[in-house]
Write a protein that binds this ligand. Structure first.
Ligand SMILES: C[S@@+](CC[C@H](N)C(=O)[O-])C[C@H]1O[C@@H](n2cnc3c(N)ncnc32)[C@H](O)[C@@H]1O
Length: 219
């Protein structure tokens, strides 16, 4: 377990706490409802899209965190699953989760910053980015980079704390920024604008409490 404070790459205590909540549907679900006004189940439902990919497809999970999205990957699916994060400890958790779920043969972990992904243009079929955009210093650049690696017809799906979900969540966003864990974030309109600017259409965005779930298709 990390130090009480610090940026994500330093594995602060909060990173372990956050990861514990997403991996425990019952208690974590209650905490999400109380703290974020959001249904944790929505995250699991969005991750389930991974299970619809055909064998040979390539998925990028960034930021993968402790690997919560792996629950969408099926044993023996034959997918190339690349899990990327700026935290080496989070990547280690993802590797452990992959072993526990019996999908380690499909999973590769990569230490990377979301704004500088070591992947070719148009080389990924599905990018999943859960609870991530609000953590990045430059969420617009992150959207651009995720769009860059996405193949034509590929899907970007993810979630983020949005800035325009009400005053109730303002203290949470403020504390996260002061603690160095949250970046500037964005509003729903800013996010849909960035998606459109980077050739992502068929945009769907729905909020669940403080969290916005988005999905878009690369032209
Ligand atoms: C709230 S967690 C979400 C992780 C996971 N997707 C989930 O839903 O549980 C945010 C993650 O973003 C990672 N992160 C923060 N800044 C990053 C960056 N610039 N590039 C890549 N990952 C980053 C952190 O290390 C952390 O694992």
């Amino acid at each position: 377990m990390g130090r009480p404070f610090g940026g994500w790459h330093e594995d602060p205590l909060w990173a372990s706490v956050y990861d514990w909540t997403v991996e425990h549907p019952l208690i974590g679900g209650v905490l999400w409802k109380a703290g974020l006004g959001s249904e944790l189940r929505r995250l699991y439902d969005a991750a389930a899209e991974i299970g619809s990919l055909p064998a040979g497809a390539r998925v990028l999970d960034v930021p993968c965190g402790g690997g919560v999205a792996l629950r969408g990957l099926r044993v023996g699916q034959g997918v190339q699953y690349v899990a990327a994060d700026i935290s080496a400890t989070m990547l280690e958790r993802t590797r452990e989760a992959a072993v526990e779920r019996g999908v380690a043969d499909q999973v590769e972990t990569v230490l990377a910053d979301v704004v500088d992904l070591p992947f070719d243009d148009a080389s990924v079929d599905l990018v999943v980015s859960f609870t991530g955009l609000h953590c990045f210093p430059d969420p617009e650049a992150a959207v651009a980079e995720m769009a860059r690696v996405l193949a034509s017809g590929g899907v970007l799906t993810g979630s983020a704390l949005l800035n325009d979900t009400g005053l109730r969540f303002a203290p949470l966003r403020f504390a996260g920024r002061v603690g160095g864990l949250l970046g500037p974030g964005c509003t729903a309109a800013e996010l849909t604008g960035w998606l459109a600017e980077h050739d992502l259409s068929e945009v769907r965005l729905a909020t669940s409490g403080a969290v916005g779930y988005f999905r878009a298709v690369k032209a």
